[in-house]
Design a binder for this molecule. Sequence first.
Ligand SMILES: C[S@@+](CC[C@H](N)C(=O)[O-])C[C@H]1O[C@@H](n2cnc3c(N)ncnc32)[C@H](O)[C@@H]1O
Length: 322
Amino acid sequence: MDAALPLSGPVDQWRLGMPAENLGAGVGTVAFTASALSANRAGPGPAVPLHIAMAEELSRADSALVRLPEYRGKSLVPVLSWLIVNRLVRPGSEASWYLHKQQGPGSVATLLTGLGWQDVRQKREGRLVRITGQPPHTAELPETKSFTDTVGSVELDFLADYGVFSPGHIDDGTALLAKVALRQEPVEVLADIGVGYGPLAIGLVRNGVARRAVATDVDCLALWLAERNAAANGVPLRVECTPDPLDVEPTSLTVCNVPTHIPADAGTALTHALAARVRDGGRLLAVVHASLEERYVRKLATTGVKVTRHPGAAHVVLEATR
Ligand SMILES: C[S@@+](CC[C@H](N)C(=O)[O-])C[C@H]1O[C@@H](n2cnc3c(N)ncnc32)[C@H](O)[C@@H]1O
């Protein structure tokens, strides 16, 4: 899906994380999430997920508008400033940032000035504050927080930041799933659904469980980190920004540290699609907190798969086969 995106063509204005409204010709969009990407695709201009915008050359525009995501931390501001300078606008352009008062417009304005933005000014617009300025001509990509941890017999370095799941250490559920997966017969390719910054896909390939991995996530920042972590650790990984696990190729092993804090209908659709990935002779390994064990065993069993349990201290890995 991502490979077919139209990345070229003239763009007058890039919009990042903005509502998908008034998307006329000449408006390009950058999405932080799969749902925003899908809404942006209704417009005639290029609709690009953030992880691709960070990696590819794009048409330069004369202006950019950013809706600064909440709950991501201010460390994202220098990353988006880098994106605007190095991918989105021509020298001499203006760009505006929209944010709530609670997101600290004063400190964001100071941060932008420190990053070399000129003529930075603030204006109230409805419920939001708009910060406008001229981006610098050059920008350095800031450092991303990272940590080192071990999966199986391999020590790995991971970038993990910007509110992506489990910064600073490998989650206990992830570690239990990896332990169970390391006992499996090796496969050619594995799928990691909800890859996050990539500990399962990368850790399992580096331990020889698969030669390569395909992965999904609905969070483009997670996919950006996963791609960088895979490249740094020498792991072939192909990612898709999608809520549907069936959007990546069929594989005989699928792993998932299940996102359980999502709306009930999205959770049910995800569980059914995970079960639909299980082919004859193949398996799904899904980890949930032990308190959710019975609920997820029931959800999977209604799809007709056989479920075996691998309990850990606080989590359980559910193994689904046909
Ligand atoms: C519990 S975290 C696990 C992340 C990573 N696999 C790990 O073990 O650290 C779940 C991930 O699923 C993602 N997610 C939520 N809904 C999803 C969906 N429908 N399809 C794919 N990923 C999804 C979240 O963005 C999050 O990165």
